[in-house]
Design a protein around this ligand. Structure first.
Ligand code: FES
Length: 111
């Protein structure tokens, strides 16, 4: 399955550098988009919601525009040192769609 292409995301990396990246049709979720653009995302479980190395903080303007975390995502994130109840997401669990164009996020610190 492929996603829509051309979705632009503003990414703040761990050094505070902001980069605008753009999706292509092979990327189904936010983690794949970040990973393919070398945005410090390890994604060691490959998107199975079991490692939390794809942890990001979503900009507050976008919290209500994304589908809510499910219980598996919630449980894994709650164990993370840098968990923020409002903004934390596992980027592998956020499917890309055109309504996310312009979203801003920050890569979470390494655990
Ligand atoms: S890639 Fe492992 S939880 Fe997202």
């Amino acid at each position: 399955m492929s996603s829509e292409s051309g979705i632009q995301i503003n990414v703040t990396d761990r050094d505070g550098v902001v980069t605008l990246i753009t999706s292509n049709p092979s990327q189904e979720n936010l983690m794949q988009l970040l990973y393919d653009n070398d945005m410090d995302i390890e994604a060691s479980c490959g998107g199975c919601a079991s490692c939390a190395t794809c942890h990001v903080f979503i900009d507050s303007d976008w919290h209500s525009k994304l589908p809510e975390r499910d219980s598996i995502e919630d449980t894994l994130l709650e164990f993370q040192e840098h968990f923020d109840p409002e903004s934390s997401r596992l980027s592998c669990q956020v499917l890309l769609n055109a309504s996310m164009d312009g979203l801003s996020l920050k890569i979470a610190p390494e655990e």
